[in-house]
Design a binder for this molecule. Sequence first.
Ligand code: FAD
Length: 284
Amino acid sequence: MIPAAFEYYRPESLQDALSLLQTHGDDARVMAGGHSLIPMMKLRMAEVPHLIDLQAIADLRGIRVDGDTVSIGAMVTQHEVIESTDLLRAAPILREAALQIADPQVRYMGTIGGNVANGDPGNDMPGIMQCLGAEFSLIGPDGTRTVAARNFFEAAYMTARTDEEILTRITFPAHAGGFAYEKQKRKIGDYATAAAAVLLTKEGGTCATASIAMTNLSDVPVWSEAAAAALDGTACDSGAIAKAMAAMDGDIDPGEDNRGPVAFKRHVAGITLSRAITRAWSRA
Ligand code: FAD
């Protein structure tokens, strides 16, 4: 498994990376940690004659928590997410999820930006970003813009990002309530058969707000407004959880593959959601 020949670039500024992208057009691709892109190149499923490595661009790094606003540079690695005490306070669901991605070697290189820009339905961070209500900052030849995570994913490997744009930062509000990321996988290091992200807040013994997103159960991550609504005003008891599971089931669209048939995936999705709600509620 050797990739086709390519030219390698390591720009030190966003402007230089953008101009390389413009110069080489469809023949160029940016690389973050390379742990999704390089395997695709080795398998010859992606041919990238001009590979633009983002590692040396300082503007893409750093985790900032400013009051209630969290901002993570696209080149922050999954390992850095796990190690960040600021993120542990402001969005602990990220650490819980990042620890379930692959293995330490992958997490030392794989970035949060690459995980969402990739558009792979099996990636864990897209659903979590939808759950958190994150916004993605993009820079391109026409300047900068932001796209909500809930509007970013269009189909498998297709996102609202254009080929000339670079994802720079991910921003979302800090979350102080209960949280859980529950992932079912065939073995350690595997992508999810099904995973559920749940954030909720409790007031006076009932659920005041909830947000729910599911992973690898459709071509895109599924932010299920209906499942979250089923918890509103309830004590997240078994009846409310059953309603949330039924609502979520109506929103997902899993396909049969080597992780199992559709009925199995729907079953596993329900179990992961039920466990995630129960754990999030116990922490709220
Ligand atoms: P890259 O591979 O460098 O890039 C991925 C794609 O995103 C490319 O198309 C690239 O052009 C684009 N891109 C990257 N950064 C930017 C940017 N800033 N702006 C615009 N486009 C950009 N992931 C999971 O979520 N869950 C898992 O369980 C999991 N298991 C894995 C197991 C193994 C053995 C391996 C090798 C990988 C696994 N992964 C898993 C994937 C891993 O998390 C990847 O590192 C991640 O998905 C992509 O991040 P990256 O930084 O490596 O991106």
